[in-house]
Design a protein. Structure first.
Length: 479
């Protein structure tokens, strides 16, 4: 594991230095990571926790790190005394990877001395924001497919780490394989790939290229058929090679389409393959595909079995960032008493929820997720009694549950700086993600105009938020 301790913004260090100089460094504080709603983010799939845990476990300042920070001339000796043998000593709560989550819910909660909690903000956001974004994009695509998705995005990723961890996140979101060999080795996931147009163009003719490829990979023969003329030569030449393979006792995998009218070409190719006796040959499609294109192709009756998706998955196009933030929710005063903190804004979406929080998923009598409830830690709920929840802004919108169950979503990951949660294998996380997705009615996951999932505040949190907002307005009245 690389030492990523300096993977942060300079202002984290300037604040840490300030806390050390003003005697605030050891005050306990609570910070939350959450994301705000956006046009393409009505829900998200939590990811990135494994890398975040590795990062926290390995936090330390090497001698050259200290020397570099000294060279900046920004920090006092109290700061350097604190980083000399630095280790994280706080508590961390987090949503498990693969869990479906919604805006404003605390994906990660950090309770630690202010000096430590401030340090890890940037790296946590970097890891959680990126991988959650890619996992979410993958799930949106997977929701529209009738077959599997192969992640093909490495060459278009925003650098090596984005390609590697983006591939991992895409598996959590529902992809079945990746073209990224290093990711395959690191995470134990299936790698897949065929050949490029350059293979076909390197030989005197298309048929020769196909035959040579089939000779090399008779058990895994998947031919790219759109180099010259998809229906005029590509598919007919593939059929000739498939006939030859079958005569030798092999089973061809199929063909890949990478350009052109994928709806028309896939339907015609399917007809040609079926008529030639290759109804078991799969049709793979690639080429700047996203969930909207998949939905459109399905509506047109396209005959595509497997999707190879690169650019628009690994970059989460057209949404460049999750927009997750790390906000102070509570802090101890000089006497050790906890004070809830809340950011207040004229933009309602930017008002934060104060206090040390958790959240629960409420399941209806059918066992389906019906709503989430963000609450203060320590609040008690009696599932034997009716539960009424209400919209935190439009409070007249209320729902009462008579028969229901509740599940606390975040788990404790670190306690006193010691990891207490065992990170599941990627295979286990992928299975968990599928179960989490299955808890929700399809109406919440549809691509166009999804039904709005309820995320409400508990009575205790709502009252605390309201009191802090009114106290602030009395203290700082509008001009």
């Amino acid at each position: 594991m690389r030492n990523l301790t300096l993977l942060t913004d300079l202002y984290q260090f300037t604040m840490m230095n300030g806390y050390a100089e003003t005697g605030m460094a050891d005050r306990e504080a609570v910070f939350d990571v959450f994301f705000r709603p956006a046009a393409y983010l009505d829900f998200a799939v939590a990811a990135g926790l494994e890398q975040a845990v590795d990062y926290i476990n390995n936090l330390h300042f090497d001698k050259d790190d200290v020397a570099y920070l000294r060279s900046l001339g920004c920090f006092g000796e109290k700061f350097f005394e604190r980083i000399e043998n630095f280790r994280f000593t706080g508590d961390v709560y987090a949503v498990r990877e693969g869990e479906m989550v919604f805006p404003y819910e605390p994906l990660v909660t950090v309770k630690a001395p202010l000096f430590e909690a401030q340090l890890i903000e940037t790296a946590l956001l970097n890891m959680i924001n990126h991988q959650t974004l890619i996992a979410t994009k993958a799930m949106k695509m997977a929701n529209e497919t009738k077959g599997g998705i192969a992640e093909f995005g490495l060459r278009r990723a925003q650098g090596p780490d984005a390609g590697i961890y983006g591939a991992r996140a895409s598996m959590i979101g529902g992809c079945v394989s990746t073209s990224n060999v290093l990711a395959g080795k690191m995470f134990g996931v299936k790698v897949s790939g065929t050949h490029a147009h350059s293979w076909v163009m390197s030989f005197p003719d298309e048929l020769t290229a196909f035959r040579k490829y089939a000779e090399l990979y008779p058990d895994a023969c998947l031919l790219l058929v759109d180099t010259y003329d998809t229906l005029g030569s590509g598919v007919p030449n593939a059929i000739k090679v498939f006939d030859e393979l079958k005569a030798k006792g092999y089973k061809p995998l199929g063909i890949r389409l990478d350009s052109g009218d994928l709806a028309y070409l896939s339907k015609q190719a399917r007809r040609m393959l079926d008529e030639a006796g290759h109804s078991d040959a799969k049709i793979f499609a690639s080429g700047d595909i996203d969930e909207n294109i998949i939905a459109s192709l399905n509506a047109q009756g396209a005959k595509i079995d497997v999707w190879g998706i690169g650019t628009k998955l690994i970059t989460a196009s057209p949404n460049p960032a999750l927009g997750g933030v790390y906000k102070l929710a509570a802090i101890q005063d000089e006497k050790g008493n906890w004070t809830p903190k809340m950011k207040i804004s004229d933009t309602p979406e930017k008002i934060t929820n104060p206090g040390f929080k958790t959240f629960y998923r409420i399941y209806d009598s059918d066992g389906k997720a019906a709503a989430d409830l963000i609450a203060l830690r320590g609040e008690k709920f009696d599932e034997s009694k009716p539960l009424t929840i209400f919209h935190p802004i439009e409070t007249w919108k209320r729902t009462t549950f008579e028969k229901y169950s509740m599940r606390e979503i975040p788990v404790k990951v670190f306690e006193g700086g010691r990891q207490v949660y065992e990170i599941p294998s990627l295979e286990e996380t992928v299975a968990f993600a599928a179960r989490s997705k299955g808890e929700f009615w399809e109406e919440y996951k549809r691509l166009t105009n999804p039904h709005i999932y309820k995320v409400d505040l508990s009575d205790g949190l709502y009252d605390l938020r309201k009191s802090l907002m009114f106290d602030e307005r009395r203290t700082n009245p509008r001009k």
